[in-house]
Write a protein that binds this ligand. Structure first.
Ligand code: SF4
Length: 478
């Protein structure tokens, strides 16, 4: 009999506690192991170069035919003027603004080549500009980008349009150009406000500069501002990071993302520089920094949405969490359900209900493919029925914090608890340690389980390497 069904009936599901004053650090320590971040399932390392582009694009056409299904557009703008040594993004470091003109030519070709596979009546519910640094573009280049998009896609009246901002480079004209394009949400890269940390990571950004960028965006009528921080950087201590949190919270951002620094110098060689002063916090120090962020932001009235995301209680994300309508995709947590993601630019990843496809991560190859009239797809994946079901289960844990057996059985057309009995039984240790609570009709994450959701979700991952295999493909859970 499945373990979950053998448990006595439990009380109705309740929300995991939002009060982190009683964090169990020993438990977090025990399960702080490598695990995927599940912005997709299967995860990106499983996308394969041999997947035929036609197959990936046919799925795109089939899905777009449903004009009631919303689309989400993503544009990757890879340019940055200098390299931050911690950075894990796909970037092109240059000061030559002309490179962005050539890149916009390529983006326009990509939009045109993708056009025949898409239904232009499909409303765009979400549009996001990420990078790299979208603020590398001049106001004229931003306006051109907007015209290219608006000429080919129909934005829904309530579309959520957002942009990533580098406060060191933002000018009033850029803020206005992105606003004219439709942006009302902005996320600011801050990472840490301590000058010693900033110098160590090669990203000097006085707090006044961040405050001024914040004010500029508010004055330009951006309605939601988010701040990105990173813990685990060189020279960060609980005392220094407490100051960072205090300063950032004083700006009253609507959302915060507090990412764990992922040290992967074998993938990102510039990160090797951060080993130089032997000042990188170890796992124990990182855990203390994470706990500090959680407690500070909870005390300041922010709701922990999941993983690294926090939002004010009246924010759309917090409301979606309460309503059980939260989604997760390559940009983290989202409120827009059921959207196909059409991504443009080098390295960007697109998603339909049954496929993932990723563009080449090399700028030259990206340009060459488009110049030859080909979409620059480097690798992809066609999901099996089993992949689709497991993605539903994993995203259920990541977003709803629970699995409702009856609802999943109705959705899948078979008895969920019986079919996934081995996976449910594999939760025994997590249940014994208080990460999940079993009910007769489902499982629910506890407050600790929410923090370690990657570990719980990985028990349903059919592609994960065995525990003995090298795990450096994934960062640690915290
Ligand atoms: S952190 Fe941002 S600004 Fe710095 S190199 Fe990476 S993408 Fe560019």
């Amino acid at each position: 009999m499945p373990a979950a069904l053998s448990s006595p009936p439990a009380p109705a599901f309740s929300s995991a506690s939002a009060d982190h004053a009683d964090l169990d650090l020993d438990l977090l320590r025990k399960y702080d192991r490598p695990a995927p971040r599940y912005t997709s399932y299967p995860t990106a390392p499983l996308f394969t170069p041999g997947t035929p582009a036609e197959k990936l694009l046919e799925s795109l056409r089939a899905e777009s035919a449903d004009a009631s299904r919303p689309a989400s557009l993503y544009f990757h703008l890879p340019f940055c003027e200098s390299r931050c040594w911690f950075c894990g993004c796909t970037t092109v470091i240059t000061r030559a603004r002309g490179k962005a003109d050539a890149y916009l030519d390529d983006l326009e070709r990509e939009l045109d080549l993708t056009g025949p596979w898409l239904n232009r009546d499909q409303p765009v519910a979400q549009l996001h500009f990420g990078g790299g640094s979208p603020t590398f573009l001049t106001p004229a280049q931003i306006r051109r980008l907007g015209e290219m998009i608006h000429a080919r896609h129909r934005l829904a009246a309530d579309a959520e349009v957002s942009v990533e901002i580098d406060p060191r480079r933002l000018t009033p004209a850029q803020a206005a150009a992105y606003h004219d394009l439709g942006c009302r949400r902005a996320s600011l890269g801050v990472q840490d406000t301590d000058p010693r940390v900033q110098i160590a990571i090669h990203r000097f950004q006085p707090f006044d500069q961040t405050r001024e960028a914040f004010q500029l965006l508010r004055d330009t009528r951006y309605s939601s501002i988010s701040v990105d921080l990173i813990y685990g950087l060189p020279y960060q201590t609980p005392a220094s990071f407490a100051r960072t949190l205090e300063e950032v919270v004083s700006l009253r951002p609507d959302r915060l993302a507090v990412f764990s620094y992922a040290h992967v110098p074998w993938l990102k060689p510039a990160q090797k520089i951060l080993e130089r002063d032997r000042a990188l916090p170890g796992p124990e120090e990182k855990l203390q920094l994470f706990a500090l962020a959680l407690r500070t932001l909870s005390a300041a009235g922010y709701v922990h949405i999941g993983m690294d995301h926090f939002a004010r209680a009246d924010d759309e994300l917090a409301r979606a969490l309460r309503a059980g309508t939260l989604q997760r995709n390559f940009q983290g947590y989202s409120t827009r359900a059921g959207a196909s993601i059409h991504a443009f630019g080098m390295s960007s990843i697109s998603q339909t209900g049954r496929t993932y496809r990723q563009n080449t991560r090399d700028l030259g190859a990206y340009h060459d493919a488009l110049a030859a009239g080909r979409l620059p797809i480097e690798r992809g994946l066609v999901l099996t029925d089993e992949d689709v079901r497991r993605r539903r289960i994993i995203m259920g844990l990541m977003c709803e914090r629970r699995l409702d057996f009856a609802a999943l059985s109705a959705e899948f057309g078979f008895d969920f608890a019986e079919t996934y009995a081995p996976e449910l039984a594999s939760l025994d240790d997590l249940a014994a340690d208080g990460l999940v609570v079993r009910a007769f009709d489902g499982i629910e994450l506890t407050a600790s389980g929410v923090l370690l959701v990657r570990i719980v979700a990985s028990r349903f991952d059919a592609h994960l390497p065995s525990e003995t295999a090298p795990q450096n493909r994934f960062s640690r859970a915290l």
